[in-house]
Design a protein. Structure first.
Length: 345
């Protein structure tokens, strides 16, 4: 199914930047729905439509109608911070999007970006399927699950057509400092010329299923093009890897002789107590036609290159933009477009 006009919320975030660029590279006319104008320029085919600071369903409906979008992608969300803000960004905004999509002429389809945090605790050695019972342990997981529930309810009632892509642990260019690998990359980049660099993290005992952020973008592209994608699709590599081993590999990639310090006080509240995460990806491969293209060593290398580029650019002069504004600029230099959603390994 060829979709020409797509609206994106959360377009300047980590996932959203790559998603937006992938859509534009594929020839879609992309409208970013945002509360502020991005400082970094976007490529041809992308426009920005401003929303109120606290957008309502009516405001979103007007924006969707103005963009004439055939699909709306909700990549907006907050991973940590004040509970009220997380509820607003992760739950209420998703419900407003659903309400808007149901009332706009043409009823654009909804592609909602969910999270592996929705599943909660998994037995070690198991691969979680889309039909598994969810029991998230933190506020982030609970708010993301509430949004997914709203999407599935709207689909079940026939109010919208749509899908939820449950993204596991994205990694790659411009990974945010709030993530384990993004934080390690930023510390290494800042200390690479110091005599005794050291990297501090929370405990690294867990095993996680990581997926390149550009593979996430290709999955979104396939979901947009699919006439009737499955209601929920896991987006992951389908393998659990040691977080500690991956951090050590990133240190090796950087070439920085840094000491690694694991501090319990820095444990992430978002995934605290979750020792194992691995996704079953048969639905993505069989029904969506998606498979990961990037190997983790390539993801780590590109994460490191983007981190050093950002630190170098900042050292050239003051930069008062927010990290989300800056992320769009780095995407233009780190995203490698492909002529096809699939790339042989």
């Amino acid at each position: 199914m060829r979709v020409e006009r797509i609206a994106v919320l959360g377009a300047t975030g980590h996932l959203g930047t790559h998603i937006t660029r992938a859509l534009a590279e594929d020839g879609a006319q992309v409208t970013i729905l945002s509360r502020r104008l991005p400082n970094a320029p976007f490529q041809e085919g992308i426009t920005v439509q401003l929303l109120p600071q606290r957008p309502s369903a009516a405001a979103l409906a007007a924006a969707l109608a103005g963009s004439e979008a055939q699909v709306v992608i909700n990549a907006a969300g907050v991973t940590q911070g004040i509970i009220r803000a997380m509820v607003q960004s992760n739950v209420r905004l998703a419900r407003y999007v659903l309400g808007a999509a149901a009332t706009v002429p043409g009823r654009p389809r909804v592609v909602h970006i969910g999270s592996a945090a929705e599943y909660g605790l998994q037995p070690e050695g198991s691969a979680v399927t889309e039909g598994a019972a969810c029991s998230p342990s933190g506020v982030y997981g609970r708010t993301k699950l509430a949004a997914t529930g709203a999407v599935l309810e709207a689909i079940g009632k026939g109010a919208i057509r749509g899908t939820v892509l449950r993204v596991f642990n994205p990694v790659g260019p411009m990974s945010p400092a709030s993530s384990v690998l993004g934080g390690v990359g930023a510390q290494l980049a800042h200390q690479r010329n110091l005599p005794n660099p050291q990297v501090e993290t929370g405990p690294l005992d867990a095993c996680r299923d990581f997926v390149d952020v550009r593979d996430v973008a290709s999955a979104v592209l396939l979901a947009v093009r699919h006439e009737a994608p499955p209601p929920i699709v896991n987006i992951a590599r389908g393998e659990a890897v040691s977080v500690r081993d991956l951090v050590r590999r990133l240190v090796e990639v950087s070439g920085v002789r840094a000491r690694l310090l694991e501090r319990p006080a820095l444990a992430s509240r978002r995934s605290q107590g979750l020792a194992w995460q691995e996704a079953a990806v048969e639905v993505a491969k069989g029904q969506l036609g998606w498979a990961p293209r990037y190997e983790l060593p390539e993801s780590l290398r590109d994460l490191w290159n983007a981190a050093t580029a950002m630190v170098t650019a900042r050292s050239d002069g003051p930069d008062r933009r927010s990290p989300l504004d800056q992320s769009a600029e780095w995407a233009t230099t780190t995203y490698r477009p492909s002529s096809s959603p699939q790339r042989p390994r």
